[in-house]
Write a protein that binds this ligand. Structure first.
Ligand SMILES: Cc1ncc(COP(=O)(O)O)c(C=O)c1O
Length: 441
């Protein structure tokens, strides 16, 4: 069965009677008139089709703990949707913990991740009642035990390990190979377990956690990841007598940014993971554990688009034709960070033939601020609206105020209605934290 991550466009995308792109029943030209550009748009139906697909695909496995990796896109409204969908949240900073709590999220259904959690962040996690902490390194084990002691609590932890599995994705988003900044190397696990047993009385080791990377298109890596984890659980049981009952396989399922991308469906990874758990629980004589998953990108990427207005243009003599838009690297860092590629349509003429090769430049003072290089589009003119698809994950999350440009507004659309879920910043907000020392006044 197909799932939305295998499409470039959101599930409600259509071209309406006026010949414009419509998503969630909203005509994007009208949204541009009402809210201005650039704007991020999120289609609620697409998000919920992905959460439903995850639940359905794993329904034969009774011990699931589905979490949304909120780093992909974090706002209070998303927390609400995840709560309604029965998902937990994977959080990775004090800011994400704070946002979840403020949204009214049940904090016992959250997990705290990260390779350098600070003392204050761990304190906040314990104080707010975060359900599980994924402990990443020796330094953190000691910090967390101190915090837990101070609160007279026992904190449930998973050990984040690097399983030594390489997946074929961009090296910046690979995380499970051995030379990684994340987690305990397999050779360090025993020392960590020993410390927890002998010294860290306020930590309760529940299981192991791994995340092998992001934008993954292969099934086999998930199969192998399960095997590595089961092997370690068996070893830990034999050597230390610890019965680990939870495993977290991370996120990583890929999405379709361009026609060249061929991601697999949620059902395919579910089948692979469930088969591997069945096989390895028999092979290693281990009871089937509680299984955590923490997908981020695959839940929200396809739901999101970014809409820009075309402004200036430049024809380089005997060279490229550039069109500049009113956004760029501050609302979408992925192009300059990972050479990410996108599919683009013109909102107000989506069906016109794409007969010219153009490069879409951002408006920022960096030559590298290019949003799409050498793509095919129809004839363009100032005022046309461009729709960049699949920007729902790691777009807003990685946004900045570079050049002191305001962050775009974020809209959630459903059944012809658009709601603001993150308002456009104001100049007052942009400068409110600035201070002028007395000697400069
Ligand atoms: C530990 C962990 N879990 C989950 C995710 C989410 O991955 P994705 O958005 O590819 O599903 C990440 C992303 O970097 C991660 O580091």
């Amino acid at each position: 069965m197909q799932t939305a991550n295998q499409n470039i466009r959101p599930v409600t995308h259509r071209i309406n009677e006026e010949g414009n792109i419509e998503i969630g029943g909203c005509d994007l030209t009208k949204l541009a008139d009402e809210y201005g550009t650039p704007f991020y748009l999120f289609d609620e139906a697409t998000i919920r089709s992905m959460t439903s697909a995850y639940k359905d695909a794993f329904k034969s496995y009774p011990k699931m703990n589905m979490m949304f990796a909120s780093k992909a896109f974090m706002t209070k409204a998303i927390c609400r949707i995840m709560a309604q969908e029965g998902f937990g949240l994977d959080l990775c900073s004090a800011g994400e913990i704070y946002t979840a709590k403020e949204s009214g999220f049940d904090m016992s259904k959250t997990l705290f991740n990260g390779n350098n959690k600070s003392f204050d962040e761990l304190k906040m996690a314990v104080e707010y009642g975060v359900g599980t902490v994924s402990a990443d390194n020796f330094f953190e084990l000691s910090l967390l035990d101190n915090v837990a002691k101070a609160y007279n609590k026992k904190v449930e932890i998973l050990l984040r390990i690097t399983p030594g599995i390489e997946c074929h994705t961009h090296e910046y988003i690979q995380t499970g190979h051995l030379d990684s900044k994340f987690g305990f190397d397999l050779t360090q696990i025993d020392s960590a377990v020993e410390l927890i047993r002998d010294e860290y009385q306020n930590l309760e080791l529940k299981g192991l956690h791994a995340h092998i990377g992001s934008q993954i298109f292969e099934k086999q890596v998930y199969f192998d990841e399960v095997e590595v984890i089961f092997k370690e659980i068996r070893r830990i049981k034999d050597k230390f007598g610890f019965e680990l009952s939870e495993i977290n396989l991370g996120g990583g399922l890929g999405v379709k940014y361009t026609e060249e991308d061929n991601p697999i469906s949620v059902y395919e990874i579910a089948e692979t993971i469930i088969n591997s758990v069945e096989e390895n629980s028999k092979k290693y004589g281990i009871e089937k554990p509680i299984l955590f998953l923490e997908p981020g990108r695959s839940i929200v990427a396809t739901s999101g688009v970014t809409v820009y207005t075309v402004g200036s243009s430049k024809q380089v003599p005997n060279g490229r034709k550039y069109f500049a838009v009113d956004g760029g690297m501050s609302d979408n860092a992925r192009v300059s960070l990972y050479q990410a590629k996108y599919t683009v349509d013109v909102v107000n003429k989506p069906e016109e033939e794409k007969n010219q090769t153009v490069t879409i430049a951002g408006r920022f003072c960096e030559s590298g601020d290019i949003l799409a290089k050498d793509i095919k589009l129809p004839e363009l003119e100032a005022g046309d609206l461009l729709c960049f698809y699949t920007t729902g994950a790691y777009g807003y999350s990685m946004s900045s105020n570079y050049n002191r440009v305001l962050k775009p507004i974020s809209l959630l659309v459903k059944d012809g209605k658009s709601d603001i879920i993150i308002d456009r910043q104001t100049f007052e907000q942009l400068t409110e934290a600035d201070k002028i020392p007395d000697r400069l006044k």
